[in-house]
Design a protein around this ligand. Structure first.
Ligand SMILES: Nc1nc2c(ncn2[C@@H]2O[C@H](COP(=O)(O)OP(=O)(O)OP(=O)(O)O)[C@@H](O)[C@H]2O)c(=O)[nH]1
Ligand SMILES: [Mg+2]
Length: 288
């Protein structure tokens, strides 16, 4: 099994470049930006060079999927971003209270613009909000929740949204749904594996077994009780013997081909366990 990490993953689907260009065309219409990151990887899932797209527009950093993340680390990351002067909110998009918090914060952020308009004798305007983030972070889900019905497609895999669409809500907010975007070269192997572990990039881009080993390594280091409870593996302070661990998991889940371990099947199981919420309460951006 190849346990070496790829570095300098050079890839950039054409549609992401196209999406970026389309967003720039809308720039003049934008009052506010919702920049979405996954609460389980609040650093790795942040679009690099986001300022090329959003310039100096006011912004709310929305950490989604907080229900699946490690609550202690979520709090730490909120403080981290607040200390940088960023407006930040962590949410479970399935929670109505959290949706209300987003609406309230949006109106608070719009106050200055609205005040200036009133002073000029103009009436309040609809807040025009750009929703931007990496693939599968919850952009379209957030829009459906704010609109109050399913107006755009969602799905638990990257690349669902293909076009830019403006959607109306009843909260005096207009939202621009956009396709998930990444950056051309993912140089950091840790970031690439984090993105793949949380299904933000298709695993075909990396070796699926690298991603599987990465998950085991993170669980061993930061969530040993999950490693033990879910996979029956004994956490270790020594170097992990991945082949042995894969063998044990393979036997448990029936991923043996005769005497051979089906490494790929084990890796896919590890990724799907996260995707399906069997492994939760975890965050993989553990260092500040
Ligand atoms: N548990 C949980 N699941 C969420 C949350 N937000 C989004 N999801 C799920 O994450 C998956 C991806 O959501 P989408 O809204 O399609 O993501 P997207 O950012 O629009 O993705 P692309 O269009 O592919 O870029 C869906 O299965 C959602 O149900 C959340 O806060 N908690
Ligand atoms: Mg979408």
């Amino acid at each position: 099994m190849n346990k070496e990490y790829n570095t300098n993953i050079n890839w950039y689907p054409g549609h992401m470049e196209k999406a970026k260009k389309m967003m720039l065309k809308e720039y003049k219409n934008i009052d506010l930006v919702y920049e979405l990151v996954d609460a389980r990887i609040p650093r790795s899932s942040k679009i690099k060079n986001i300022y090329d797209i959003i310039g100096n527009k006011p912004k709310i950093l929305i950490m989604t999927k907080k229900d699946l993340a490690d609550p202690i680390l979520v709090e730490k990351w909120i403080l981290y971003y607040q200390n940088l002067g960023t407006k930040v909110i962590a949410v479970d998009l399935n929670n109505n209270e959290d949706i209300k918090r987003i609406i309230d914060l949006t109106h608070e952020m719009m106050m200055e613009i609205q005040q200036k308009r009133l002073e000029k004798g103009l009436k309040e305007k609809v807040a025009q909000v750009l929703v931007v983030g990496i693939p599968n972070v919850g952009k379209s889900t957030l829009i459906n929740r704010l609109v109050g019905k399913n107006v755009v497609s969602t799905g638990n895999k990257p690349g669902i949204t293909k076009n830019l669409t403006w959607l109306k809500t009843s909260h005096n907010i207009l939202l621009l749904d956009t396709p998930g975007i990444l950056w051309p070269k993912i140089e950091d192997k840790e970031v690439a594996c984090n993105l793949a572990a949380f299904s933000a990039i298709k695993t075909e881009i990396l070796d699926v077994n690298e991603v599987g080993c990465h998950i085991l390594n993170k669980l061993n280091r930061y969530y040993p009780s999950i490693l033990q409870a879910r996979y029956g593996l004994m956490p270790t302070n020594m170097d992990i013997n991945y082949e042995e661990w894969y063998g044990l998991i393979a036997k448990n889940i029936g991923a043996m081909r005769g005497n051979e371990v089906d490494f790929e099947r084990v890796s896919n199981r590890l990724i799907n366990d996260i995707k399906d919420g069997y492994v939760k309460g975890v965050s993989f951006d553990n260092e500040f």
